[in-house]
Design a protein around this ligand. Sequence first.
Ligand code: FDA
Length: 309
Amino acid sequence: MLRATLLKLSESGIARRVATRAPLASTFAHRFVAGDTVDDAVAATRALNRAGMSVTLDYLGESVSSREEARAAADTYLAVLDHIAAEGLDANVSLKLTAMGQDIDEEFLRENVGRVIERAAAHDILVRFDMEGSDYTQPTLDFFRRLWNEGVRNIGPVIQSYLYRSSDDIAWLNSIGARVRLCKGAYQEPATVAFPEKSEVDAAFVRLAKALLDDGNYPGIATHDLAMINATIEHVKRRGYSADRFEFQMLYGVRRDFQSSLVEQGMRLRVYVPFGEAWYPYLMRRMAERPANLFFIAGSVLKEALPGR
Ligand code: FDA
């Protein structure tokens, strides 16, 4: 119920405008968002690299309806890619196609994303396409397929274990050698397309992770769930796979204890680092995943409101 309400709020334009203008709000966002600027993102990347973690940088934004905004988002990615290359950072980028013009028109999207992919390819960097709500699953995979058929190889999609269709999608992606990120899925979906029960989503995650580990190309196992992490490690050990066959992925600011512990155990870990001013829907999805984050935020409000206590 609370999850559904928070996910509904994540899509509300009015709530976004109110929250984003609230003077304290951006302070709270910084628990999960590296900052507003490319420099903030690069600084966070340097620190994570020093701690032995790889990074994927995400310039926040989604559901963009103007070409100018979509072009500006792509330009920010170009700047990010140049910084990564110039500093030799261990990082790639993740983007949402709806921030690049997916709702505008496909040729515009191709041209805009094309600029990012070309620059990334010149620096030998992967561009990950985040997966959004289920209305976008087929268009996103179709767009991925189109680029793949054109010979583009520095791209990778995301598959969500809550969708019934995902095992077919993974079979296809494994057959072509695509690099997949597997996550549970963060959107509110009807039972016609997604497992309603968490136990089913978890069971599917383990099944799909095994399929990716056995037949995939350097999958990203994106989760903070210890049961999923342990099932992955057990499978890897049972099959005798080396630790460089895959990477774990986690979100910036979430389960930092697990993040350090996996690195200490010799596992590869990539941290997803969002930055930019359009943090509202991203933050609301993080609240929906763990309503206790609301208490974390409430605690921050109190700390700021009652200095010295
Ligand atoms: P689950 O939700 O079961 O949580 C397990 C435990 O992890 C919780 O009990 C809690 O301890 C901790 N935890 C989880 N989320 C937390 C949070 N927000 N704050 C604090 N603790 C938390 N989704 C999507 O639809 N499309 C995408 O492209 C991506 N991309 C993506 C990249 C990466 C690197 C990650 C890690 C995740 C995504 N996601 C995503 C989000 C994903 O689908 C999912 O919503 C979250 O990862 C939460 O699921 P868990 O697997 O962590 O398990």
